[in-house]
Design a protein around this ligand. Structure first.
Ligand code: KIV
Length: 295
């Protein structure tokens, strides 16, 4: 029996908007996944994901870097553009990289590039109260904003590593204030990353915008996972909050090993993969004398 829900094919469904996501608060769980190019975005969209996030996790899972800090706006725009080609239904969100929204002007410029050039229909930025002016300016300019609090990987240097956040009553109070501040500034949803489920529950009750959890338990209004983590395509580490829904890394390695073996055995390419000369030309082709080139 198939466990997948029967949905309208992504190509025929009405595109999801930021107000649609907002209206899902407290209702059916919102499903978000990252994607970074045409095939991953196409697969996520066809599978029925509501939000496709071109995350700055691009830096780690696609570009192989140790953290997200070095990814540039140009790189994010390039990958957002590719992902946009695969998305028909989901809301495509472009992530604002480290320092690209350090001021209101830079935030507006980055959002302009992600949406204007990249084809995103919303942006995400990391931070709580300190980025309220940026969220306010963006939403006033017509940009739907997804906020992100808790473990914000762009602050990895300050945190001293990828460490869970909000593990005390005081830290939970700060997170609640941050989430309420980004809501007041106009964000249409907020990512809660790597925080205790009890804190996630309180934040989810404290705001009227959907909370999208990653490592925040199953109490949030939705979930997000990194595509390469969920499909077993990232080799370096698997955070506690990830469930691998497939082992495509291993399956891909085995497929490439089979390819190499068949090439070496000369069983690939086979008849079905080969072009043959038209009958009419064959006699003439056979008359061609080949002189081996001198070495
Ligand atoms: O960059 C990213 O992929 C993210 C998600 C994990 C929320 O920020």
């Amino acid at each position: 029996m198939s466990t997948t829900k029967k949905t309208t094919p992504a190509s025929q469904a009405k595109p999801v908007t930021a107000p649609d996501i907002l209206a899902m608060k407290g209702g059916e769980k919102i499903c978000c996944m990252t994607a970074y190019d045409y095939p991953s975005a196409l697969i996520a969209d066809q599978a029925g994901v509501d939000l496709v996030l071109v995350g700055d996790s691009l830096a780690m899972v696609v570009l192989g870097r140790p953290d997200t800090l070095s990814v540039t706006v140009d790189e994010m725009v390039h990958h957002t553009k590719a992902a946009a080609q695969g998305v028909k239904r989901a809301l495509l969100v472009g992530d604002m990289p480290f320092m690209s929204f350090a001021t209101v002007d830079r935030a507006l410029e980055t959002a302009h590039r992600l949406m204007g050039e990249g084809g995103a229909r919303a942006v995400k930025l990391e931070g709580g109260r300190p980025v309220v002016p940026q969220i306010t300016a963006l939403t006033e300019a017509g940009v739907p904003v997804m906020a992100h609090v808790g473990l914000t990987p762009q602050h990895v240097a300050k945190f001293g590593g990828f460490k869970a956040q909000g593990k005390s009553a005081e830290a939970t109070r700060v997170l609640i204030e941050d989430a309420q501040a980004v809501e007041d500034a106009g964000a249409f949803c907020v990512v809660l990353e790597a925080i205790p489920v009890e804190a996630a529950q309180l934040i989810t009750e404290a705001v009227n915008i959907p909370t999208i959890g990653i490592g925040a338990g199953n109490v949030t209004d939705g979930q997000v996972l990194v595509y390469h983590d969920a499909l077993g395509l990232f080799d370096r580490f698997t955070p506690k909050f990830v469930r691998r829904f497939a082992e495509l890394g291993e399956a891909s390695r085995q497929a490439v090993e089979m390819y190499c073996a068949e090439v070496r055995k000369t069983t690939f390419p086979g008849d079905k993969n080969t072009f043959y000369m038209p009958e009419a030309e064959l006699a003439q082709v056979r008359k061609i004398k080949v002189k081996p080139k001198k070495k």
